[in-house]
Design a binder for this molecule. Sequence first.
Ligand code: 6CS
Length: 397
Amino acid sequence: MFKKTGLLTGALSLSFVLAACGNDDGADNGNADTGNNGGDGEAAGDIEPQEWRFVVEETEGQVQYEYAQEFADLVDEKSDGALDIDVYEFGALGSEVDQVEQLTQGIVEFAIISPGFTGTLVPEGNIFALQFLFTDDQETNQEILNESEAINEQLVPLYEEQGILPLSFWTEGAMQWTGNSPLQTPDDFQGFQMRTQESPLILESYEAYGADPTAMSWGELYTGLQQGAVDGQENPIFFIADANFNEVQDYMTISNHNMYVTMTTVNPDFYNGLDENVQQIIDEATEEMRERGFEIQEEQNNEFLAQIEDDEDNPTEITELSEEERDAFRELALPVRDYFRENGGDQASEILDTLEQEIEDMSGEDIGAGESGDDVEDETDNEETNNNMNEDEEDEE
Ligand code: 6CS
């Protein structure tokens, strides 16, 4: 499980070519001569010109790409053109998992990385795979992502240890299910071949519904759905439509079972080696993009829902789950929190306790904190659900 895709070799050799042609290794930022100006943006004139790379998991026009392009424009503007960021769309440098490796190796300086692709590297990051944990309100969720101590103080250092420094966590919208058959009850998931990202906890979550999940890069997903290698998938609406998954799926369920979380990240050696005024430019751009990122996903999710509804050539039957129907899934999703506590790394329990409390405090909603079930059977030793979240143990197998 979690093998690298065939894209890896090509991607890495391409990366070496890029490293040879471009600026120095990302970990060596090359602006040691600029002096430490303590930066408030006024010292932009002193910044030595540099070229950086920013890879995203989506293609031109999609939310992550638009975000990265605006981020690059802000950095360019704030540095009076000295800091030039080239944005690489998905596919240019390999698969999503290859891109994680490129960031940790300093082959690219910036990346948008979804925790769904770091599940074995940072087991605690699997927390975002827990369904029905966050609220149904994306603005509240974004506020929690911005302010949560569990995420920004407890989880961030665990990523940093692995060569990924998250600058911000943000939502790309609520996720919905699509299928070649209707998905309205857990019964509908029995034996259903669900495509997921690489995260072991995403797989575990769908096994809890009775499905038969398979991890796959989204670059292979259209064909996988078309040829029946998988029966369905989960994603925000903008992505379902823009990647044309609705062309090869007959049903879409408005389930709002989770939000799609992603991270703006930077290579820590590169970032920590930058002068303070340069770091400040990056930090300011990150802050300004919090609101813009939210707006971009909101616009696209609204716009693309209409596109799916109006597509007469590829009709999709859209069903919104009632609260009672969602409760049936919620009930099966709650024990997965225990699985995460047991298997999500040393700090999983502490981080989840803190986050559950923060979500309840900030939303005023009961999200089932502490209810996940002391009486739920511990699945740690269950051979059938061997979604190992620890890479080292996996390697030993
Ligand atoms: O399903 C996926 O894997 C892709 N979904 C989104 C919304 N962004 C990139 C990611 O790889």
